[in-house]
Design a protein around this ligand. Sequence first.
Ligand SMILES: *Cc1c(COP(=O)(O)O)cnc(C)c1O
Length: 358
Amino acid sequence: MARPTSATIHTDALRHNLAQARARAPHSRVMAVVKADGYGHGLERVARALEGADAFGVAALSDADRLRAAGLSQPIVLLSGFDEADDLPQLRRLGVETVVHHHSQLAMLEQAGEGEPIRCWLKVDTGMHRLGFAPEDVREAYARLAALPAVADGIVLMNHFAASDEFERPQTRDQQRVFAQATAGLGGARSLANSAAVLGWPDAHADWIRPGGALYGISVVEGTTGADFDLRPAMTLSTRLIAVNRVRKGERIGYAATWECPEDMNVGVAAIGYGDGYPRAAPSGTPVLVAGQAAQVIGRVSMDLMTIDLRGLPEAKVGDPVVLWGPELPVERIAEVSGTIGYELTCSITRRVRFVES
Ligand SMILES: *Cc1c(COP(=O)(O)O)cnc(C)c1O
C-alpha cells in the first residue's frame, strides 16, 4: 500500500482568499506571492488557482521559468532581484520584472546590452535593514534607473515591513513615513503591504498589495488564525493510523522515552513524521484529529511516525484518518506550540507527501 500521507490543496480556498484580499484593498492591484513553491502548496497549482491576480511574486528565476512553462502570462516580479549579469537576458526572455535594491544591480543594468527594457521595482530600506537603498540614496538610484535604456518606463517604488503583524506597534507607521519622505515627488506606483499590512494597515495598501500567507489562509498575527480574518486554510495535511497498541501504565513512549503512560491505555501510531515535514519540535499535547475527533501527540515525533494518545477515543482503529492541520485544525496552532509560524510548516512539506487537489 502507498504511504497514506497527503497534502490536500483547496483551490477554492485560494480563490476565496484572493477575493478577500481584493475586498480589503479595493483600490489596489494584487501581486500574489508564490515564492517557495507557493508556500509549499505547489507553484503551478497555486498560480493556476490564482490566475486572477494582477502579478505573481517569486524569489527565484527558476520559479519564473516554471510559471511561463505552465503557460501563465501575468507579470512576474523577482522579489529578491537578479544577482548576476547573466540573469538579465533571462529576465528579458521570460518577460520578468525585477526588484532593484543595491548599487551592484544598477551597475549591471548600466552594462546590459540591447534588448527589451526590463521593468524595475526600486526597493527602499525604510527600517527593516534587509534589502533596499537607504532613504537618502533613493533619489539618485531612481534617476540612474530612469535614465537607462535597459529599464522600462514606470518604475515601481516599494518597501517591506518588518513588524506589520503587530498592529499596535509604531514601527509600521514609522516605515510608512520614511517611505513617503524618501519617495516624495518621484513618479510611479507604490507598493508597501505584505499580508499583515493588508489585514491591519489599510493606509499602507497603496497601488499594489503583495500578500503571500493570507492567500494560503495563514495568519502571522500572534494569537490569531486565518479564520479570524475570513481567510480559509488552503492545505489539509493528513495521514492514517497504521497501528493501535495497548500500552501499560508506567511504560514510556518513543525516542528518549519522554512520555510516560499514566494508566493502561491505547496508543495510536500515525504514518507521518518530520521526514514528511511535520515539525519534530511539536511537543506532547500538540492537537491532532483522529477520525474527526480531538486527540494529542505524545512522545517525540520521529522521522516517519508519530504516536497519539487515544484515551478519549476507544473506537479508534487502524486505518482511521488523522488530520495534522487543515480547516478544522489551524496550522497556526501547531506552529505556535512548535515555536514557529504557519508559513514555515507549509513550506516544509517534503516530496514524499502525495499532493492532491480538492
Ligand atoms: C514574502 C514577501 C511578501 C509576502 O509576505 P506575506 O507575509 O506572506 O504576505 C511580500 N513582499 C515581499 C518583498 C516578500 O518577500
